[in-house]
Design a protein around this ligand. Sequence first.
Ligand code: M6R
Length: 362
Amino acid sequence: EKGGYEHYMLKEIHEQPQALRQALSGRVDEMQGTVELGLDLPAEYLRSLEEIQIVACGTSYHAGLYAAHLLETHADVRVTVHVASEYEFRGGRDPWRTLVVAVTQSGETAETLGALRDAARTGARTLAVTNTVGSSITRAADDALYIRAGPEIGVAATKTFVSQVATLALLTVHLGRVRDTLSATEAGELLGDVRGLPGAVQRVLNADTGVRDVAETYVDSVAFFFIGRYLGHPVSMEGALKLKEISYDHAEGFPAGELKHGPLALVTDETPVLAVLTEGANADATLNSVKEAESRGAPVIGCLSEGRDEKFIDVGFDVPELGEMEPLVANVYLQLFAYHVANSKGRAIDKPQYLTKHRQLT
Ligand code: M6R
């Protein structure tokens, strides 16, 4: 049932190209620069929209942070992202012009459900972005958009994260086209990058042995820091969450620029720094933080746009060229890194201590 893999997590990491193809299947017209998502929310409403509030927990929250940048850039709409347990609906002047988007793999996370229900009561329209047909969130929301990743058994969310971001990128294109903030050509470019995801992720998966060797080199480190900017920021947070969740090591992810505002005090030659240095992650600015870490003696592992050669990096992982989707591809290296660190420590990777996952009804 694990398809020859030692853990469901590794199987699901390897299922990502297929999951991504499913998310895109039948939805994309790259030539016309359009997407068809089968949404019930009318185009007229999407045009009049003033604000989007994304609510989610854990990995889904990180997908929301990634999507917020895409939506603000391409659909010209104000977006805020909220950890669902901290959310309080403030509809602003006109709740009807606020769309609350709940991102949840299972569709059953209590905090996310609660946030969406509160918003709906106050008059906002609601959209569920989920993997689970018939889940509670789909019944509570006005509309649902499925990420189509297939069942995810491992507690650590992997393929559902990439599928969430890809699906939210399609939503971005849809909104951008409807709101006339994105030309057909620009939409075609973004869609081209989204369409390139399965192939690019597959190339990263083919480099798995190299990642395992790096993970084994640094397995006994005191702590791990993940840094990135812009789209690389949610990816760095996600990388740290994955590592701490399954390896029980101390890991922190934060915007690269924050390194010198505190965490640098903890950086030593025993704390590797993993940096997202791709397109869409303000690589040049991130490099300044990398230099600070390097000067404290920290080993630096960088996810780099292919062909980029950085002298401050101890280990470089090549990320295929893919514009704003590059940080999402970099994330796959971080998933593999977390997996191999945890595996070489013999952790219960599919069922980490103290954590649970909502099960899908079959
Ligand atoms: O089903 P959901 O997407 O609502 O779950 C949210 C979080 O519980 C989940 O992403 C959690 O953080 C994962 N275990 C992370 O790998």
